[in-house]
Ligand binder design. Structure first.
Ligand code: DQQ
Length: 539
């Protein structure tokens, strides 16, 4: 259908039609990256949840496969919900997933490939005696879901974490097993944080504090920290924290209690949820997928016949410069879509200026930009804000001494629609600087009644020797922004009505009152990814 067709993305993964949510059980097997996902085969809204399935050589070009699992047993009749894959040392693949039973009880089920030598893993067998885990005493029947990838302890037993809730405390339960059919609950919890509500889609994995590689989920020892991530059902955001895992007690302690899970750092500062990592044994990296929902109204989703995307997969590394952040960055494979590039060096942006970048169509872009703020003016500045808050600010229209400055993406020639993605610098009373990275949706669409129009973002550490830098992927109705090498990310959905296809433009802007900014920027047009059904029936 042509209805709202311009919102369809060109290089992000989405099903041919209908509703998608969480990524499930990502893994690499016999040359293929497999992605499963929460899918409604019948409609563009959530329901009838099954596992969709697609494979890729590079996580950019995809082939749709038949549904992997459908709700057809008492232990998952109300939905084949989220789960994770574990590849055992002998090559066996174990899939644990949540089933919502015929009685709407959340249980954990085991499934495995019918034929491990099938590179496409087309057929999945649900273990006959499912479920393998049921809600333990004291846990609500609808507060027990989303098993993680398993890891092996020093005792040789395998462990799996499951998100839950006690009163209003979000918690992580850990079970152990030796045979993958009998699971025993550990006393106590891996971790919990009062007041944060139900923890969905828990992810738990090691990162190397000095390394440039990712780690297998079972890795432990010196030089390793563990990331605990949970998706907060209460506010629909993914939070993470870095900490220490004690394999003797199966507990995890955050490095900084003030930056604990659910109250500290976020993987992304807007539309990004139910994310999940896996270890890519081929390229020795940890890869993160995230579900990106719609910011429009449901009736528009029904009209266009689809809802949701997956993010461009991101590599996950520990940021050893700050020691307190993760670095999330689009996988290098996305760069294979880069075509015509244009570079602009040292573009002077005077206070209040908007500079068009003559690159033709700007609806599919990869942008790398670096900004330099005139240092003398900066030092001399006394009237700058001491603090800033993207969400409560007036967005790109709100002028301060040292910001905002950045890009206007998905804008039309007359600027009737525009999406600023920008920096704002505040200067504390002690003279130190704080950098904020924001995206402003307030003027992103003329369809004002039907779309999200808020302003998003956060503080991002920019170290003394660093300039404000951003990478931005633009794909019709999604803008993925990464600042300072991926310390802070903002993914937004944008629904222009004028700034579409060839009418989409890109601008630089500086709306600060007190400072000149110089921008250097490189822009690639992005080719479309090849995403279509696997030609299963052809000879
Ligand atoms: N989505 C699944 C649940 C999970 C939620 C159901 C998170 O397993 O908790 O579709 O988006």
């Amino acid at each position: 259908t042509a209805m709202l067709a311009w919102q369809r993305t060109a290089f992000h993964f989405q099903p041919e039609k209908n509703w998608m949510n969480d990524p499930d059980g990502p893994l690499f097997h016999m040359g293929w990256y497999h992605l499963f996902y929460q899918y409604n085969p019948d409609s563009a809204v959530w329901g009838n949840i099954t596992w969709g399935h697609a494979v890729s050589r590079d996580m950019i070009h995809w082939l749709y496969l038949p549904l992997a699992m459908v709700p057809d047993r008492w232990f998952d009749l109300n939905g084949v919900w989220t789960g994770s894959a574990t590849i055992l040392p002998n090559g066996q693949i174990i899939m644990l997933y949540t089933g919502d039973t015929n009685d709407s009880v959340q249980v954990q089920n085991l499934a495995y490939p019918a034929n491990l030598s099938d590179p496409l893993l087309l057929h999945w067998i649900k273990y006959e005696n499912n479920p393998v885990m049921v809600p333990p005493a004291g846990i609500g029947s609808d507060d027990f879901r989303d098993p993680t990838t398993m890891w092996v302890g020093a005792d040789g037993n395998w462990r799996v974490a499951v998100g839950s809730l006690v009163n209003t405390t979000g918690i992580v339960l850990v079970f152990q097993t030796t045979n993958f059919t009998d699971f025993e609950l550990f006393d106590g919890e891996l971790h919990g944080v009062p007041g944060t509500g139900m923890w969905e889609c828990v992810d738990f994995y090691p990162v190397s504090i000095n390394g440039v590689y990712g780690l297998d989920t079972s890795a432990h020892g010196p030089g390793i920290k563990h990331v605990l991530k949970a998706s907060m059902d209460d506010n629909r955001h993914d939070y993470y924290a870095l900490g220490e895992y004690d394999p003797m007690t199966d507990t995890w302690t955050p490095d900084d209690p003030e930056l604990d899970v659910g109250i500290g750092l976020r993987l992304d500062y807007e539309r990004y949820y139910a994310s999940k990592t896996f270890y890519d044994q081929v390229k020795k990296r940890r890869i993160l997928y995230g579900w990106i929902s719609e910011g429009d109204i449901e009736s528009d989703d029904l009209k266009k016949g689809w809802a949701s995307l997956q993010s461009i997969p991101r590599t996950v590394l520990h940021d050893n410069k700050t020691g307190t952040y993760l670095l999330l960055w689009p996988i290098e494979e996305v760069e294979s879509l880069r075509t015509n590039s244009t570079e602009f060096e040292d573009v002077l942006l005077e206070p209040g200026s908007i500079v068009p970048l003559d690159i033709g169509s700007a609806s599919q872009l990869d942008i790398v930009a670096e900004f330099e703020v005139d240092n003398e003016t900066l030092e001399a500045m006394v009237e700058a804000d001491v603090i800033y808050n993207c969400s409560t600010s007036a967005g790109a229209a709100g002028r301060g001494a040292l910001g905002p400055f950045g890009l206007l993406v998905l804008a039309d020639d007359t600027l009737s629609e525009l999406t600023p993605i920008y920096f704002y610098i505040a200067k504390d009373t002690d003279g130190s600087y704080k950098t904020f990275f924001c995206t402003d949706l307030s003027r992103s669409s003329l369809a004002v009644d039907d779309v999200d129009q808020r302003i998003y973002g956060s503080i991002v550490p920019a170290l003394d020797d660093e300039k404000p830098t951003m990478r931005v992927l633009v794909d019709h109705s999604i803008v993925e922004g990464f600042s300072q090498g991926g310390r802070s990310c903002i993914t937004t959905r944008v629904y222009p009505t004028e700034a579409i296809y060839g009418a989409a433009r890109l601008f630089l802007f500086n709306n600060a009152t007190g400072v000149n900014v110089t921008a250097s920027i490189k822009i690639w047009e992005m080719a479309s990814a090849d995403i279509h059904p696997y030609p299963l029936d052809q000879p």
